[in-house]
Ligand binder design. Structure first.
Ligand SMILES: Cc1ncc(COP(=O)(O)O)c(C=O)c1O
Length: 476
C-alpha cells in the first residue's frame, strides 16, 4: 500500500489487495463491477475477515491505480448490500453478518431444503435490487421533505409520484395516463381488492378470469366477494364466445403477456374485448404484471390505451424492483375514480408518503429506467440460457411464451408424463418445477407435461444445472 501507515491492522500488506488487482486491470467499462465482485468474493471467502478495516477510498484507489470514484462506489454498493459497514467517523469495515446472511447465493450447493434449482415463476432477481441508488434516493428525500409532507397523504397518492408515473406509463406502456385518475396502491393485489370491492358495491357478484390464469386472481377477487368464472383462451387471447355466454360484466386479463401461457392478445382480440365491454356496459381489468420485460418483439402496449373508460389498468414494481416494496398503481375510468379513491381512503388512509416520495425521486432521476434496462439484459440472457439448455437436454420440448416476461412454458411429450410423477421425480433430484395445471380450473386430460418455468431469479449456471439435473433424474 502506498500509504500503509494510515491503514488499520489486518490490511497492510494484505494479500487481499492482490485479489483486487485483476479487477483493477479489467477493461474500463467493466472495471467498477469487477472491483465490486472481487471485494465481495474476498469477503465471502473469508480472506477479508469480519471486522477488518478497509483503507480509505483514496488510498485504495492509488494502490490499485483506479479512480477514487470507482472505489467509493464499490464501498457504497457493498455497504448497501451488507458486506461492509461504515463507522460514524471516517472508516469502512467488513461487516459481521456477511457469510451468515448470504449463504452462497450464487453457487450450486443444495439449499437446506435440498432444492438445487427452483424454477418458481413470477420472481425477479432480488440481488439486482439497486440498493446504492435506493439508499441515495432515501437520503435525498429525507433531507428535502417538508414537515407537513409527513402528514396523511392524498389517498390517491402524492401528486409528484402520480405525475412521474403518468409519464412513465404513457411512455413505456402506451397508457392514457391522467395523474388525477391514478391511485398509488400497495401492488396489483391491493388494486384488485379495491376494484373488486367497488364492483361488488355496484352489485356485481361474479367476475371472469382467464383459464389458465393466475391463481392469485381467484383469491383476490373472492376476498372482495366476487365469485370467479373461469373463461378459456384461444391463440388470440380470451375466447369471445364463452365470455359472451358467461353473463359476466367484468373480466380480469393479462393481455400483454398472458399468465401463464405467455401469449400476447392479438390486435383483433383486443378490439373485440373492448367491443364486448361496451356492449355489456362492463369493465376489463388489465393486470400488467410483467409488461416491462420484452425481449425479441416490439413492446405490446397496454389495452387501457385503446379505451381508458372501459379498462382499469394495474401494475407494480414487484417484478422490476422487489415485491417486498409493496408499491403499485391503479388507473381507473372516470366514472369509477371517486369510489375507488374513497375505498382506498377508508382502507388505509393512503399509501406511506416516504415510500412514495422515494419512488418519485427514483423515477424522476431516470434510476427506474436504468433498473429496467439492467434487468432486461440479465433476464434476456437467462431466458436464452433456459431455451438452450432445454434444447440440449429435451430436444422434443416445445418452448413458448418466451418473447417477454420472467417465465417460459415448456411442453414435453406424453412419454415424460404423467405430470405429477414428473414433478415428483425431478423434485427428488433437487429441482422444483410447477405444472401448468396448477393454473387451470378445468382438468384438460392432456397426458403430456406442461411446465411453467420461472428463470429470471436464477443465475445462468443454476439454470443449466437445473435442466441437466432434470434430464438426469428422468434418465435414471
Ligand atoms: C399475474 C400476477 N398478478 C398479480 C400479482 C401480484 O402482484 P403484486 O405484488 O403487484 O401485488 C402476481 C404476483 O405474483 C401475479 O403473478
Amino acid at each position: 500500500m502506498t500509504s500503509s501507515g494510515t491503514n488499520a491492522a489486518g490490511l497492510t500488506g494484505s494479500t487481499a489487495w492482490e485479489l483486487l488487482l485483476p479487477a483493477a486491470s479489467a477493461p474500463a467499462r467493466a472495471r467498477g463491477r469487477a472491483l465490486q465482485a472481487a471485494l465481495r468474493g474476498a469477503i465471502r471467502s473469508g480472506r477479508l475477515a469480519p471486522g477488518t478495516r478497509l483503507p480509505s477510498s483514496r488510498d485504495l484507489a492509488t494502490d490499485l491505480g483506479v479512480s477514487r470514484g470507482l472505489v467509493t462506489e464499490a464501498y457504497e454498493q457493498l455497504t448497501a448490500e451488507g458486506y461492509l459497514r461504515s463507522g460514524r467517523g471516517a472508516g469502512t469495515w467488513v461487516g459481521d453478518a456477511v457469510r451468515a446472511a448470504r449463504p452462497g447465493a450464487r453457487d450450486l450447493a443444495p439449499r437446506s431444503s435440498g432444492t438445487r434449482a427452483d424454477f418458481v415463476p413470477g420472481t425477479p432477481d432480488l440481488s439486482l435490487f439497486p440498493r446504492a441508488a435506493w439508499a441515495t434516493a432515501q437520503r435525498a428525500v429525507l433531507a428535502g421533505l417538508a414537515h407537513h409532507e409527513l402528514g396523511y397523504p392524498d389517498p390517491r397518492g402524492l401528486p409528484r409520484l402520480r405525475t412521474a408515473l403518468a409519464g412513465l406509463l404513457a411512455r413505456r406502456r402506451g397508457v392514457v395516463a391522467d395523474p388525477e385518475r391514478i391511485v398509488v396502491v400497495s401492488g396489483v393485489a391491493q388494486a384488485s381488492a379495491l376494484a373488486g370491492s367497488v364492483l361488488h358495491a355496484r352489485g356485481l357478484r361474479s367476475i371472469g378470469v382467464e383459464d389458465p390464469g393466475s391463481p392469485q386472481h381467484d383469491g383476490l377477487y373472492a376476498a372482495a366477494g366476487l365469485g370467479t368464472v373461469p373463461l378459456p383462451l384461444d391463440e388470440d387471447g380470451l375466447a369471445l364466445g364463452p365470455l359472451r355466454a358467461s353473463g359476466v360484466r367484468a373480466v380480469v386479463t393479462t393481455p400483454a403477456h398472458q399468465y401463464p401461457t405467455g401469449i400476447a392478445y392479438s390486435a383483433r382480440r383486443r378490439a373485440e374485448l373492448l367491443g364486448w365491454a361496451r356492449s355489456v356496459d362492463g369493465l376489463v381489468l388489465e393486470d400488467d404484471y410483467d409488461g416491462d420485460f420484452r425481449y425479441d418483439r416490439a413492446p405490446v402496449g397496454a389495452l387501457q390505451g385503446l379505451d381508458p373508460e372501459r379498462v382499469a389498468y394495474m401494475g407494480s414494481v414487484s417484478k422490476s424492483l422487489a415485491p417486498g416494496l409493496r408499491l403499485g398503481w391503479l388507473l381507473v375510468p372516470a366514472d369509477l375514480t371517486e369510489e375507488i379513491v374513497e375505498r382506498k381512503r377508508t382502507m388505509d388512509l393512503g399509501h406511506p408518503s416516504l415510500d412514495q416520495a422515494l419512488f418519485a425521486h427514483f423515477l424522476e432521476r431516470g434510476d427506474y429506467d436504468r433498473q429496467l434496462r439492467r434487468c432486461q439484459r440479465a433476464y434476456r440472457e437467462r431466458r436464452d440460457t433456459l431455451v438452450a439448455a432445454l434444447a440440449g437436454h429435451f430436444p422434443e420440448a416445445r418452448v413458448s411464451g418466451i418473447a417477454a416476461g420472467l417465465h417460459a412454458i415448456a411442453e414435453l411429450p406424453e412419454r415424460y408424463g404423467p405430470e405429477e410423477d414428473f414433478v415428483k421425480r425431478v423434485a427428488a433430484a433437487g429441482v422444483a418445477v410447477r405444472p401448468l395445471s396448477d393454473c387451470t380450473h378445468a382438468r384438460t386430460g392432456d397426458r403430456g407435461v406442461r411446465l411453467v418455468l420461472g428463470y429470471a431469479h436464477l443465475p445462468p449456471a443454476r439454470i443449466r444445472a437445473g435442466v441437466r439435473l432434470m434430464a438426469e433424474a428422468l434418465d435414471g
